[in-house]
Design a protein. Structure first.
Length: 264
């Protein structure tokens, strides 16, 4: 029997494994529960990424990746090369290779993400039940809220506009956070006409700054977590799964570094 490597397992998850190698991989998984559990995690990660990022494929290339910004000095040949590079970056962002996204998640991020998700869900549970004290700074003072939280987290933040998803900003607050994430966290709260609430829990980037993406269910709430080189962010709510994904997509698009200018 051929040796089953980690790359073969990733190819299996991505649907890229050679048909001749599938029996060996499946036999390996059947005989190794730990490997099977890891592959199941990768598959869930792959499904989460596809559900979240599939709509991005129909969007225009972000302004920061457009070739014309460097074309004037580089000439038409370099412009063509940059277009291909920009397209490659966007394709990677779609999560077409789930194994590549799973690697940072599985090489140290799970413990950190689990802690941050738990913190986000706990904060959500406590404050969505409040009426008069749901937030520390109301949406009527949004400019101050953005500046204050940005300063406290030492990174530019903005408040996502979720009007198209049926939600309006209630306000936000500063919370104590994990030491590895700067010791502070920001919580933004949104509410729809039915009084359903979702929260967005943000911290400064983790020290390893590794990208990570994870869906989780905890305490009866759905949470979507991601981390990039600037922030970690967890969207929490008890909406139906499809609606949670829609809201999470909107928050992700607007809070990913460079996508929304900081209003200061």
């Amino acid at each position: 029997m051929s040796v089953v490597t980690r790359d073969m397992l990733m190819a299996y998850v991505d649907g890229q494994l050679e048909a001749a190698d599938r029996p060996a991989v499946e036999a390996h998984l059947a005989a190794n529960p730990e490997a099977a559990a890891e592959v199941l995690l990768w598959q869930r990660q792959s499904n989460a990424l596809r559900a979240l990022f599939a709509p991005v494929g129909s969007e225009p290339v972000p302004a920061r990746l457009r070739a014309h910004r460097i074309a004037a000095a580089s000439g038409s040949r370099r412009m063509r090369s940059w277009r291909w590079a920009a397209a490659a970056v966007v394709l990677v962002g779609l999560g077409l290779g789930a194994g590549w996204f799973a690697r940072p998640l599985l090489n140290g991020a799970p413990a950190a993400s689990a802690t941050l998700i738990a913190d986000a869900v706990n904060a959500h549970t406590v404050f969505v039940a409040e009426n008069r004290h749901a937030v520390e700074v109301p949406a009527t003072d949004q400019d101050h809220l953005v500046t204050w939280l940005s300063n406290r987290l030492a990174t530019p933040l903005d408040t996502p506009d979720l009007t198209a998803e049926g939600f309006t900003l209630v306000g936000g607050r500063l919370l104590p956070g994990e030491p590895d994430a700067g010791g502070r966290a920001a919580q933004l709260m949104y509410e729809n006409a039915a009084k359903d609430r979702v929260t967005v829990y943000v911290t400064a980037a983790l020290p390893d700054r590794a990208p990570a993406y994870q869906f989780a269910n905890a305490g009866g709430a759905e949470a979507f977590y991601w981390a990039n080189a600037r922030i970690t962010c967890t969207v929490v709510g008890t909406l139906p799964e499809a609606q949670m994904k829609t809201v999470s997509q909107a928050v992700y698009r607007q809070m990913t570094e460079g996508d929304v200018p900081y209003r200061g």
